[in-house]
Each structure stands twice: as C-alpha cells, then as structure tokens.
Design a protein. Structure first.
Ligand code: S3P
Length: 177
C-alpha cells in the first residue's frame, strides 16, 4: 500500500488536542475523521463515563481494543485515539501496520486546565478536589509519556498551540517528508 493511503493516527494524553486538531486535519486532507471514543460510545450505547462506572476500566479497554482492531483495517482515515490506547501494545501494533502515528504532548498544567472544563468524558480524572486531580494526572502522565514518544513517528508539543495551529504544523511536517 502507498504511504498516501496510510491512516493518520493521533495519540496523546487527554486534553492535548487530538480531537479538535484531528477534525481540522481531516477536513484539510479531505479524509474521514474517526474518533475512537465516539465509536466506543456508539457500540456500547453508553457514554464513556457510564461505561467506566457500570463496567469498569477493564471492560472499557476491551471495547477500545475491539474498535481499534476494526477501524485499523480501513485506510485513509484520520483517527483520534483515547489517551489510554497506548497502554495495550497490540493497539499500537495494529494502528502502525497502515498508519503514521502522531503524538501530541502538552505540559501538565495546560492539560489540567483544559480538561477541568470538560470532565464528563474523563472519568479517570474525576477526583474530588483540584489537588487530588492534579496529583492523579501527574502519575498517569508520567507513566504514559514514554509510551507516547516510543510509539510515534512524529511528536508535537501542543502546549502553546491552538487546534488550527497544531493542524497546520502536522500538515507541513507531513509535506516535508
Ligand atoms: C482515557 C482518555 C479518554 C477516554 C477515556 C480514557 C485515558 O479519551 O478514552 O476517558 O485513559 O486517558 P481522550 O484522550 O480523548 O480524552
């Protein structure tokens, strides 16, 4: 398969801009945008929070892997993955087969401020107070950072970038290749 047909796969922690920049990238490339979290919600018939609450994280991760297995069989998509998709090496192996992996990283406080505004989709960080939430975020982020960078073909720091600027940088990096 030609490289032009490869999927573009966005990985990275919650709040790094995968979905918002991904939509812009897809529009500019005239490609279909797929949000793995949305597919999980549609398949389960419940919101991410409800899945965590009722069935637990383990069950969510199984659903996530099943959707990734299916979606990764398609081509020419822009795929936004959930922040924990990198935890299962099989997910990355499948996505890499016909995909260019792009990691978004952001500074911890920037992530914290961005996701504090939208908690419904982030049950992992629904701690009772601000200090606890930040502590939890740091632990998760430190554990996952090496996984994001090791899995990626490209890495972008989106701390100071708007989604539009992020999309622009990704597209010009791909063009330079
Ligand atoms: C998760 C990130 C979320 C969602 C779920 C678990 C994680 O996706 O998949 O709440 O483990 O980091 P986003 O990264 O799109 O917020």
């Amino acid at each position: 398969m030609k490289k032009e047909q490869y999927n573009l796969v966005l990985i990275g922690f919650m709040g790094t801009g995968k979905t918002s920049a991904g939509k812009i990238i897809a529009r500019k490339m005239k490609r279909e945008f797929v949000d793995i979290d949305e597919k999980i919600e549609a398949a389960a018939g419940h919101s991410i929070s409800k899945i965590f609450e009722r069935k637990g994280e383990k069950c969510f991760r199984v659903l996530e892997s099943n959707i990734i297995r299916k979606i990764s069989k398609q081509n020419m998509l822009v795929i936004s993955t959930g922040g924990g998709a990198v935890l299962n090496p099989l997910n990355i192996k499948r996505l890499k087969k016909n995909g260019i992996i792009i990691a978004f990283l952001s500074k911890v406080m920037i992530i914290f401020n961005r996701i504090s505004a939208q908690k419904d989709k982030r049950p992992l960080l629904s701690a009772a107070n601000r200090t606890q939430g930040l502590k939890k975020l740091r632990v998760l982020l430190n554990k996952r950072l090496p996984l994001y960078t090791a899995s990626a073909d490209y890495v972008f720091d989106t701390s100071n970038l708007t989604p539009a600027k992020t999309a622009k940088e990704v597209l010009s990096a791909l063009k330079r290749k």
